[in-house]
Unconditional design. Sequence first.
Length: 166
Amino acid sequence: MSLGALHALIPQGGNQVIIGVLYAKPSPPRMGPKGEKLAEWSITDLDKHGPQQGKLMFVNRAMEHWACQDGPGRAHATVGSIFGILNPYPAGQTRCIRVSLETQVLKLGTCPSLGFCPCKLADGLECRKPYDKDQGVGLCSTHANMSPCSRQASVSKKNCPSRVWT
């Protein structure tokens, strides 16, 4: 399943696999709104038409294995790692899935195609949305679909001193 199709995830249904690339440093465990300890990862599918992003939430044994500092899987959770997520549950949030067993997550390798958009936003920070470097555009789908003038206009004057403003 793609991350864009998570709405079709069948809780406790047949076998379902989601492949995702970890695109941000994993969060440390914290207390969730229901008082349970959990951790989250940000994953992407690097879809060539516009990568989808989602959250992978860890609870129970999965959280202890993959997210705790001394968990055996923690060292494998590096940005750019490709993971298979087996039979996740919907987490009740948009594009968020949940796993409770450490065996529901398998590291498949490392993604050499993961890139981060270098465009500057109006606040001066880099966009940093993930994209597939193999597509040759060098930008996230949002910035790649903008005209060059629109991309430039999204940057404030003070953040682009080399630009001549008229």
